[in-house]
Ligand binder design. Structure first.
Ligand code: CA
Length: 258
């Protein structure tokens, strides 16, 4: 891959069992302060990456299985995730799907021993943002993480706050307020509200919401969107506020911009 030459490109190592690694030099990116969730059950890779990523400036949490990953992701706002596909309790692809369904929008780098084109395509289609096969070079892993973070961070000049009437969304802190009053939203409700805000004044259909917020391409026989809109409306429009979320029966929803 074409990445900008970087000091740590010299540290070209593969993570192999039995090697406790980390030769110098590593360039340290303490300015990043990015929180990373590493989902990996192989102990050697786990401890190698935990140390290497910490030295590269990431705040690293490690989950050895899918269940732990789900509970960590539900309580911590991660900036990026590394997910192994062969986990003891579930397939990594299923984990990614489940995380996406609960509103985890952070980029996911799949790290897997499965090398076939089919596996890679499937991983990328099911919510992974990049795919790296084992054994891997640390320099390449770090470069891919940087690229994913760059791709997902607001571009220079791009707003980090959205305003619609008296509603304000802080996209960096993932916080929403109405007339300055904080709204207690779940991660998924925030993603849904962000999508409505970005399309304020326009009608969004259920299938658009399913695709953008839940990553589902087909409309399943489910009222998941209606249920979430109902809860979101309770929080955004409750307490006698001027209603912002309007339902167009049989069509979808619109966030009123005036
Ligand atoms: Ca594994």
């Amino acid at each position: 891959m074409n990445s900008t030459p970087h000091r740590d490109d010299n540290s070209f190592i593969s993570a192999r069992p039995g090697h406790s690694l980390l030769p110098a030099p590593f360039s340290v990116h303490y300015h990043l302060c990015m929180r990373l969730l590493l989902v990996e059950d192989e102990h050697d890779i786990q401890s190698f990456l935990r140390q290497a990523l910490a030295e590269a400036g990431y705040i690293v949490d490690v989950a050895p299985d899918g269940k732990t990953a789900e509970s960590l992701a539900a309580t911590h706002p991660y900036d990026i995730l590394i997910v192994d596909l062969g986990l003891p309790d579930m397939d990594g692809i299923n984990l990614i799907l489940r995380l996406r369904q609960t509103g985890v929008g952070a980029p996911v780098l799949i790290l897997s021993a499965r090398r076939s084109v089919d596996d890679r395509v499937r991983g990328l289609e099911q919510g992974g943002d990049d795919y790296l096969t084992k054994p891997f070079a640390l320099a390449e892993l770090l470069a891919r993480l940087r690229n994913l973070l760059k791709r997902n961070s607001p571009q220079a000049g791009e707003p980090t706050r959205l305003h619609v009437q008296d509603l304000e969304l802080d996209l960096l802190r993932r916080e929403a307020t109405r007339s300055g009053q904080p709204l207690q939203l779940t991660a998924q409700e925030f993603v849904l509200l962000e999508y409505l805000c970005r399309n304020a004044g326009r009608v969004v259909t259920r299938s658009m919401i399913l695709q953008k917020v839940w990553g589902m391409r087909i409309q399943p026989d489910t009222n998941v969107v209606d249920v979430h809109i109902y809860r979101l409306r309770g929080k955004v429009d409750g307490s006698g506020r001027q209603p912002l979320i309007r339902t167009l029966r049989g069509v979808g929803y619109v966030l009123k911009d005036r």
